[in-house]
Design a protein around this ligand. Sequence first.
Ligand code: UP5
Ligand code: MG
Length: 194
Amino acid sequence: SGAEKPHVVFVLGGPGSGKGTQCERIVQEFGFVHLSAGDLLRAERAKPASKNGELIDKYIREGKIVPVQITCTLLAEAMALNPTKSFLIDGFPRNQDNVAGWDAVVGPSVNLDFVLFFDCPEATCVQRALQRGLTSGRTDDNKESLTKRFHTYESETMPIVNYFDRKGLVRKIDSTRSVDEVFADVKKVFAARK
Ligand code: UP5
Ligand code: MG
């Protein structure tokens, strides 16, 4: 029955808006399983036998959105490995192709609770990601990739945020403040869940 379906929260926001950081805090406090689509893609890229490794590498450097079949398969596999009933899906769905692929394959078998949206302007996002780039080793934490990532976010992901907002599903949080201040608002959203 519907009550037994796994619960899902999508976590969206610009590159460097703090999705991963806040998800870690949510896991500690509320016991979700955190699945970062970007982390899953980077792990897939790192596998020597991965047939999609080169494609993923190219898309990530260019700040482009990987075809949904690849991302959705990785998410579904990760979900199947976890007996939990609650998942934070971080950084997905990012465009119309992602929404359509998810709706066709996974959507009907889960309950989408809401979409947590971290609102953060480009300057703050880029500054944070560049700072992280000093030590992250991520191939896309450089100025050129970040400009492309933010552009993709504005042109392809914001329309998806607006689509969910029209359905009343978006919980918007100002993520320009400190990690603790942002998390205080995040906690209110999770506490208000039914
Ligand atoms: N930081 C965090 N919060 C802070 C705060 N409140 N104050 C000050 N500093 C703060 O944070 C970024 C940095 O800022 C960290 O150093 C942190 O300490 C600091 P983080 O929590 O990592 O932000 P996050 O939003 O997770 O940033 P991330 O860079 O991971 O976001 P992206 O959305 O760009 O990256 P993602 O890994 O999701 O995707 C990367 C690429 O993969 C995409 O560009 C795309 O090419 C591909 N992709 C797909 O194709 N499809 C997908 O479905 C997903 C990804
Ligand atoms: Mg992240």
